[in-house]
Design a protein around this ligand. Structure first.
Ligand SMILES: C[S@@+](CC[C@H](N)C(=O)[O-])C[C@H]1O[C@@H](n2cnc3c(N)ncnc32)[C@H](O)[C@@H]1O
Length: 283
């Protein structure tokens, strides 16, 4: 079959589910990854043919999209801060807000790249790997409770060519803290959506992304643990960078203030209170 005609066919179908722009992007991504045909190839070579097994694979992917499976899980990859990360349903799909969280850490490192960093909740490894790729001198540890997530994170570190000290660890179990050292920077995008909000989430998130990565019974549970851990394991001039639920940014900030830190609440590109940065007061 002619590749360009089939591209048009897929695009028309996807436009019934997605906006025009999204449908264009998704169709192009699928053709590139599954058929090995870029948009430029399609435009340049008008008589490009596509074989039956590839058509079948593309059709199956379209069916999955109509079941709300995220395109990143269908293709097995997601982009984060200019790098391609392997993803599967055991890891959260990296979000643009988290790129902003990483940006804050990178800005901090500019003045001294030789720091020890702890990332809590590795997922795909997007946070520690991006930091280590930019600042190779940094000593980066990343912990996650999920063996399956760590498997993907380790593969990503290898593919992207970085060394991260990944550890499987339940951060909410305080006796595990003795396995970790002291850090200049603690960064985390922990699970922060209350279970009570589950039904209001989009189906593609609610039904396909890992529950352990998304939901908590108590909105501040991870932040309380991070505050207590930081009291003993954050080095004197250190800083904590956290992504937070927009509705709980001020509760998180107040909790850190109560624990003796000074804090800053920062907005994301959508104008939502999304990050809390905490540090010890200067003496
Ligand atoms: C919101 S995801 C963030 C993943 C990744 N850092 C990102 O930004 O895309 C939270 C991660 O925390 C992990 N996690 C959940 N509970 C945990 C716990 N008690 N201890 C350590 N990690 C945990 C989940 O497995 C998940 O990978």
């Amino acid at each position: 079959m002619n590749a360009y005609s089939f591209f048009r066919e897929v695009l028309q179908k996807l436009k019934t589910k997605f906006s025009s722009g999204e449908a264009e992007n998704i169709t192009a991504m699928m053709f590139e990854k599954i058929a090995g045909i870029s948009k430029t190839d399609l435009i340049k070579v008008k008589n490009l043919e596509i074989n039956q097994p590839t058509i079948k694979q593309l059709e199956e992917s379209v069916d999955k999209l109509f079941l709300d499976v995220p395109i990143q899980y269908i293709l097995g990859e997601a982009w984060f801060y200019g790098n391609k990360f392997l993803v599967n349903p055991s890891v959260l799909i990296p979000r643009p807000e988290t790129e902003e969280l990483v940006e804050l850490v990178l800005k901090e490192l500019k003045s001294d790249a030789n720091k020890s960093i702890l990332d809590i909740g590795s997922g795909s490894g997007c946070i520690p790997i991006t930091i280590k790729k930019k600042f190779n001198q940094a000593k980066v540890t990343s912990v996650d409770i999920s063996e399956d997530a760590l498997e993907i994170a380790k593969q990503n570190a290898t593919i992207i060519g970085t060394f991260i000290n990944f550890q499987k660890l339940d951060f909410l179990e305080r006796e595990n803290w003795q396995l970790l050292g002291a850090f200049d920077i603690i960064v985390s995008n922990p699970p922060y959506i209350p279970f009570s909000e589950k039904e209001s989430l989009d189906k593609n998130v609610r039904d396909y992304e890992p529950e352990t990565a998304l939901f908590v019974d108590e909105p501040l549970i991870f932040y309380r643990a991070i505050a207590d851990f930081s009291t003993t394991n954050l080095l004197k001039e250190g800083k904590i960078f956290m992504e937070v639920h927009e509705n709980f940014s001020h509760s998180v900030s107040e909790h850190f203030v109560q624990k003796g830190f000074i804090t800053n609440v920062l907005k994301d590109i959508y104008g939502k209170d999304r990050f809390v940065v905490a540090q010890f007061p200067k003496v």
